[in-house]
Design a binder for this molecule. Structure first.
Ligand code: GLN
Length: 246
């Protein structure tokens, strides 16, 4: 199952999240410590997105290759700083394609989105939820995967004007009811705030005075990391985290 992270705070080089910490995202790709529900490594692609100051939309780089094989990324990650980052490494669910467009983060406008987990019985289990979407949204899915379907469901609610935390919580609740046993750790960000859920997978937060880091697994052994219990909604800005039951 994939690993993902989101950062909000003072600008840092991307390498401070992707490569440098002892358990950075690139390390979690080949040596994850807490993969629940199958999967051993996250070698089926990766994506990193960040919000440059003043830009209308985030920049995203993704690939179908393992993160450690991208020879350009370490230098790019050393030279690029950002105060808002969302990144993921992927372990494809059996039967789902290993293609660049299936790698999170997915994007729309200012939003970036990632899913860590699986929708049991996809796609038929969530056909009723998807039926509410405009047919154009289904015809232009990034990839035929459960994660891209979840993004279409969340995006549909965002476009309809629902507050983001409500949209994310509603999709998790509805999909969990329609597809029991699903694992639904979602992560959504717009550069100013992040919304995350825990349902069936690991997640930790590190909230410092002026920064917040949310990650499937802690990046370092520092004492500020707190595990998020299962079944929670996390709403965060830089330095502020609220955790409530889903
Ligand atoms: N099931 C999704 C996919 O295959 C999410 C990846 C994961 O968490 N393993 O794309």
């Amino acid at each position: 199952m994939c690993r993902h992270l989101g950062y909000l705070g003072p600008p840092v080089p991307l390498k401070d999240l992707l490569f440098d910490p002892p358990h950075a995202l690139a390390t979690q790709a080949w040596a994850p410590r807490d993969m629940r529900g199958g999967g051993t490594i996250n070698a089926d692609g990766f994506g990193v997105g960040w919000w440059p100051p003043g830009a209308a939309a985030p920049v995203r780089h993704r690939s179908a290759m393992p993160i450690w094989t991208d020879a350009s990324l370490p230098l790019l990650a050393a030279a690029t700083t950002a105060g808002a980052v969302l990144a993921a490494v992927r372990s494809a669910t059996v039967g789902m394609p290993v293609v660049e467009t299936a790698a999170a983060p997915f994007t729309d406008g200012r939003w970036l989105f990632s899913h860590n987990g699986v929708v049991r019985g996809w796609p038929s289990a969530v056909a009723a939820q998807a039926r509410d979407l405009p047919v154009e949204d289904l015809l232009t899915l990034d990839a035929p995967t459960d994660s891209a379907t979840l993004w279409a469901l969340v995006r549909g609610k965002l476009r309809a004007g629902e507050p983001p935390a409500k949209a994310v919580a509603a999709v998790v609740t509805e999909v969990a009811a329609a597809a029991p046993g699903s694992r639904l750790n979602l992560l959504l960000g717009d550069g100013d705030r992040m919304i995350a859920t825990t349902l069936g997978h690991a997640l930790s937060v590190r909230s410092l005075r002026d920064s917040t880091l949310i990650s499937s697994e802690p990046l370092d052994p520092g004492p500020a990391w707190q595990p998020v219990p299962d079944g929670r909604l996390v709403v965060a800005t830089a330095g502020r985290v609220e955790i409530t039951p889903l």
